[in-house]
Structure formats: C-alpha cells, structure tokens
Design a protein around this ligand. Structure first.
Ligand code: SF4
Ligand code: ZN
Length: 739
C-alpha cells in the first residue's frame, strides 16, 4: 500500500466532501430543506446513497443525512511520512468521496429542471438507457466498460485508443480532465460521434461526474442481478456482483500540473479512484503514479502505472480478466459492435442507398448445395470507384446459403442479423430490414478503400462465424444497377409476405414444444422466459422461431425445447411440463406460471422488457407502456418506477414485462379478456404498432376499439382516463370486474 495514494486519497475525500457540503448549504439556503432532489427517470433515487447507505434520498434535507454518514468515513489526513499499511482508510475515503460526488452531481439537476447534460456532456444515465445497454452486457455483446479520466497526450492517440475500445465492444465512460484537457474534447475536435449508440459516453468535465459510471454499475447490479439494496450486507453483495460480472476498469490518462512531487494526479482523482476500487475496478495509468499491486478487493492489481497509451487496452484487459474477441474481417475499416449505432451524416457521406432515395432490399435464401459457391461475391452494377460522391444508388443484397442442416424457417432468423453485421463496420450506416433498408458509406471509409463488395465480405465472414453449425456455404450478390433491381425486388417482396403469413398463422396450439430462454440468467439468476409462437420473449428480440433456430445452432445454448405436456388450464395458459421445467430452472423459486394472465401467477421479468403491462383498477383495464416513454402513466408511475418494481425474476401479479409484438397477439392477456382490456398506451407506441393492432381488432370485429385506446394526449391520471373511456364507450368498462 502506497502511502502517497492513501494520503492523497484521504486528502481528496476531504476536499470533495467540503465542496459537497458547501454546495448543499447553498442549495438549502436558496430552496429550503423540503425541496425535491432527483436524477431524471430513475427508480433508484440517488443510486450511490441507496447502495451504500440504504437511503432513499428525496429532498435536500435527506442529503444532509447522507453527508453526515459520509463524514463518519473521513479519516484524519496522515502526515506524509507516516506509513499506512492498510487499504481500509483509503476505501472508506472512496465511499465518502462517492457520496459527496453524488451530492454535487444531483444538485446540478435542481436548477436544470430535469434537463440532462449540456454540450458534449451527457450527465446522468437514466434507467431506460441502462436497460437497453444492459441487455448487451447480458448477452455478451459488450464485455465490460472503461471509465477514462483525463486526456491522451495527443488527439491522434485519443482517437486510436477509442477506436481500439470500440472495436473490442467496450463501453467507454469519460469524466474529468488533466490540466484542463478532457479526452471527450479531443474526440469532439476530431469529429467523433459520442453518444450511447456509439458506446462513447462523456459524463462531464469535472471529476465528480465520474460518479455516474459507478451509479450505472450499482444500478446494473440492482436491475439485472436482482440484488435489492438495503444495508451494508446488500451493498457488499452488489459490490461483489460488480467485481464478478461488470468487467470494468478505470484509465487515468495524463499528469495533472501543480500537484505534490511523486503524486502526478490530483487528490480528487485518487479519492475517486479509491471509490472505484471499492467496486473492484482497477486503475490503469500512463503516468508514473505509485502502484498497488497485491490482489485483494480487485480480482488482480488495484493500480498499475506507466503503461503507454498504445498498450493500455491489452494491459487493462489482462488486469481485469476480460475475454476479448476481436473480429478479424478482411475489410479496410475497423469493425465492432461499438460502431453499430454510428450514423453517417450527410456532409460526411460518400454515397447512399435506399431510404427515400432509391429502391433497396436485402434477402437471405436457402439454395441447393451445388448452386452456392462458398465465398463468392458478385457486384452487379457500378462498384464504389465508379460511383459519384453524394449520389444515391439502388441496392439489392442477396445472400444465398446452403447447408444440410439448414431449414427455410431459419432464413429470416439469419437475415435479421444483416443489419447488425453491416452496421458494425466503421463508416457504414445501415437502417431497417427487408425492402425498407437505408445504407450510407462515409467518405472516410471510402478513402480507406471500402468498396461495395466489402458488404459481401462482412456478411460471409459473420454468417460463417455465427451459424457454422447449420450452414456450410454462403455467397452474396449485390445489385447496384438501376436496370437490374426491379425484378429481384418484386420477387423478394413476394417472399417476405409469404413468410409473414406463415409465422402470423402459427398458434400455440399448433406446436408440441415451446422454447425456453435463459440468456438473462447470467444477470437475473432465477429468470426463465418461455417463448411460444404467440408470445415472444419479453425483450422483444426472441421469437419462437428464433429460439428454435438458436437451439438447432447450439444444442447447449440458452434455448431448449420444452414439451408442453398435459394442459392444466387452456385459458390462462398453464401446462404440466412447463411448470416442472420452470420450477427446475428457477431453482425452486417458481412453481408455475400462466402464460396468458397478468393477474394470476404471470411470467416473471428479468429487466430487459420492451414494455410493461399493468392493470389500471379504476378503469377495469390494462395499460401498456414502453421504455422509450419517459412521461407519467395513469397508474401514477413512470416506466422507470414500474421497472424498478418488477425486475429480477420475481412474479408481480398485476404487472408483467412483455415484448411489443405480444400486444397484437391473440394470446395477449387472454385470461383477462385480451386486447379489449387495453385502455391506455403512449402515442408513439400506439403509432408504431398500429398496423398489427388494427389487423388484430379486425379479426375480432372490433375495429372501432383502436381510437378508444387513450394516450398521454387524452389522459395522464385515472380520472382523466375514466372520463375519456366513458365518453368513447370503451368496452373494458363493461367487462367482468378485473379485481
Ligand atoms: Fe432474456 Fe427472455 Fe429475452 Fe431470453 S427471451 S434474452 S431470457 S428477456
Ligand atoms: Zn432480460
């Protein structure tokens, strides 16, 4: 244990504590103790206080109590020549620091009236983003996160470091500066897109904003780990969870001017690092800070110094025990999930395809073995070097596969991955599927030598990589010739609609086996999804066909067939074998569930639900809210609050997590009367699923019901809702009482 670190961390904790105390006193004198203090859209109050103190902070007065607790953790600053053998005082200082930083950051929202972030800085991560990104941690798309503090020596090194992290799918948080320079500013100067979609999240320029990375980690554990906060015991569980599951590390870049000799970084940074070490997150630096090498709280070393920026990712991965797969795809641009959400702006665009400009489609088909030449890529029409900058061209991407184990049911499953595969190339933007795709290639990608044929290179490599157990050969034809796109496009449209008819026509009664999904057990250990033809997984990402394909692809994967067995209750959706299966897989936590009921023993929820359905007792109906909707719902809770109550793999009668597609299913809460019970949903969601809902209503002869479903425009409270429902004579009011 280095005495410099201990002394500096303890001194830093005092400084940040004093800053928080002053900011709070100021806020109280201006606004009074009863004034509310909260981060936007979270069910976890101020997560750091909830974690370490079990405290639900709601007012400025509550914050006084938080700081009083933090004060108890502040130790006397030791004289520089005293050897401090234990990490304990440093760790206490770290906790005190995080509480003080959470106070400072939360106070920023007092005057901002719910506004989050400013300029390039994003501020607090709300629960909906946490859930959206959490699923990537769950399914392994994201191996971990890096919190970068400070700045790289040069902009070029900053860009290289960031590209390296993106290529490895590591989420990047940025906070603080060194000598007035922040890495996020370097990236902004280089025109790099920074937002949640590109895995690059600049929290704030002050070091105190680093607390957002740690409250993100704390909430991940509470959301996905099903660890409920309460006291010290729970805090320990959450920290342990973080150490084991959230593979994170801190990169401290650049020296700070004007600090004690041999110290290199400010006291405040050491104090914050001590907070991160409590989570088991080690600190790696490119400067000569004193190291803490023995293992203890962290899996490996606590602090590793003097690592050149170029080697820092590899070293951090070793220290943190991260398994990283870099995808080797022979194309001239970087490739990885970090680029998936990247956009190509019009001014940066070389050429584009589809969208509202030209005709474009993508289609994957199964072919006999002898008609597929593995690895063959054919471009029919102009290649990139024959294209004019700024123009739009048609695009037909025709992927043909062959394999003895391939079935035509799998076509759409593999085809749906085309979006992800193509958008992971740096400088290539892809949106939509089927005949509504929109693709852009950036000038930068073109300058590096990216060609149209490389779309084929990507698809062939990725499809082989992910689906080798069901297919042997892949070839790709890419059509860019305006004269040759029409006929294949018409043919593709026929195939799409044929597929829709088949899947839409499948019912739960048609099949003997349902499929399980236990992918989320890595985070919600007792959660099991049972996926049926008429009820997809609550994350919205896995349909019955997807699970079936996934099982064929990997027999030991997260999906297996569950034979229904004897039907116990056809109306509620309960089967003997399914009960036995979930009892085993939930480790005895669940005896049974009803697939089609919201009130009686409904399915459990892990945390990554697309929507939440909840009963509105006053209206004798059910409302559905999706995670994109941040407003108030008629049950008096926002999505984030609801989500906080139903996650973690437990049954909560009256509430259930669901996928969007389930809303228009014939089995949608059919035990309680189905779609006729739906009285409210957000306007944007209603518009998004309008076609399917209308089609469903047509089938039951209730087309007029669509306009009777209220949105936030008609009602935000039960009273307003009932008034509206009464006026339009919504059928739910006349159904059998829900309760
Ligand atoms: Fe998780 Fe269920 Fe989606 Fe599987 S289907 S990924 S278990 S939410
Ligand atoms: Zn989940």
């Amino acid at each position: 244990m280095s005495k410099i670190i201990a002394t500096a961390a303890i001194r830093g904790a005092h400084k940040i504590f004093n800053q928080a105390e002053a900011a709070l006193a100021d806020a109280i004198s201006q606004h009074g103790k009863d004034t509310k203090v909260e981060y936007p859209n979270t069910a976890y109050y101020l997560p750091i206080m909830l974690l370490f103190l079990g405290q639900k902070v709601q007012t400025l007065g509550d914050l006084e109590e938080s700081l009083a607790e933090a004060r108890k953790l502040l130790h006397d600053i030791p004289p520089d020549d005293v050897w401090l053998p234990y990490l304990g005082d440093t760790l206490d200082s770290g906790v005190a620091t995080l509480i003080a930083e959470e106070t400072i950051e939360a106070l920023k929202y007092l005057n901002a009236a719910g506004k989050n972030g400013s300029g390039i800085w994003l501020g607090f991560t709300d629960d909906s983003i946490l859930r959206m990104q959490g699923i990537k941690l769950v399914d392994g798309r994201m191996p971990g996160f890096a919190a970068i503090v400070g700045a790289a020596p040069t902009n070029r090194e900053a860009v290289e470091l960031i590209r390296g992290l993106q290529e490895r799918n590591i989420l990047v948080f940025m906070a603080g500066h060194s000598g007035g320079r922040a890495i996020a500013e370097q990236l902004a100067e280089e025109g790099i897109d920074m937002n949640w979609d590109t895995f690059l999240v600049p929290y704030g320029k002050e070091i105190t904003s680093a607390v957002h990375a740690l409250n993100f980690a704390a909430r991940s554990a509470m959301t996905f780990g099903g660890v409920a906060p309460g006291g010290i015991k729970e805090a320990r569980e959450i920290l342990l969870y973080n150490k084991e599951r959230v593979k994170a590390f801190v990169l401290a870049l650049g020296e700070d001017p004007g600090v004690n000799s041999g110290q290199y970084l400010t006291d405040e940074k050491y104090a914050t690092a001590a907070g991160a070490i409590n989570f088991g997150f080690p600190v790696i630096s490119n400067v000569n800070i004193p190291e803490i090498l023995p293992t203890g709280i962290c899996t490996y070393e606590h602090v590793v110094a003097n690592v050149p920026v170029a080697d820092i990712i590899t070293r951090a991965a070793e220290v943190r025990g991260l398994t990283i797969k870099i995808e080797k795809i022979p194309i001239p641009v970087p490739y990885g999930a970090g680029f998936e959400g990247e956009r190509v702006r019009k001014e940066d665009m070389f050429v584009q395809f589809g969208g509202k400009y030209t005709e474009a489609f993508e289609l994957l088909r199964m072919k006999p073995m002898d008609q597929v030449e593995d690895g063959k890529i054919e471009v029919i029409g102009p290649e990139a070097d024959q294209m004019t900058e700024g123009e739009a061209y048609p695009l037909g991407i025709l992927v043909e596969v062959a394999g003895r184990k391939f079935q035509d049911d799998f076509e759409s499953v593999v085809e749906r991955r085309v979006h992800e595969y193509i958008s992971c190339a740096n400088g290539v933007f892809h949106m939509g599927q089927r005949s509504i795709i929109w693709v852009r290639i950036s000038k930068e990608a073109r300058a590096k030598g990216f060609k149209i044929a490389h779309l084929g290179t990507i698809l062939i490599a990725k499809i082989h990589n992910d689906f080798s157990s069901i297919l042997d050969r892949v070839q790709v034809k890419i059509i860019t010739d305006p004269a040759k796109i029409k006929a294949p496009l018409e043919e593709a449209k026929k195939i799409y609609s044929h597929r829709d008819d088949r899947i839409a026509g499948m019912t739960d009664e048609d099949v003997e086996d349902f499929y399980s999904c236990v992918l989320c057990q890595s985070y919600a250990p007792n959660h099991v999804c049972i996926v049926t033809p008429e009820r997809l997984g609550l994350c919205g990402a896995y349909t019955w066909l997807d699970c079936k394909a996934s099982h064929q692809i990997d027999k030991h994967g997260p999906n297996e067939p569950v034979p229904k067995g004897e039907c116990i209750d056809a109306c509620k959706g309960q089967w003997r074998n399914v009960n036995a299966y979930i009892s085993t897989k939930s480790h005895g936590n669940l005896e049974r569930f009803n697939a089609y009921s919201i009130l009686e023993e409904p399915m459990t929820s892990c945390g990554c639900f697309e929507c939440i359905a909840a009963i509105v007792p006053e209206a004798n109906g059910i409302m559905v809210v999706d995670r994109e909707f941040a407003g108030m719902t008629p049950v008096g809770m926002k999505f984030s609050t609801l989500a906080g109550q139903i996650g973690g793999g437990t049954q909560t009668p009256g509430f259930v997590g669901i996928g969007k597609l389930y809303i228009s299913s014939a089995k949608f809460v059919s035990a309680e009367g189905g779609i006729e019970r739906v009285v409210w949903m957000p306007k944007a969601l209603k518009e998004e699923i309008a076609d399917r809902v209308k089609e469903r209503l047509k089938k039951i002869g209730k087309e007029d019901l669509f306009d009777k479903i209220a949105t936030e425009e008609q009602a935000e409270t039960p009273d307003q809702l009932i008034e509206f429902l009464t006026r339009v004579e919504h059928p739910a009011l006349a159904l059998a009482p829900l309760l």
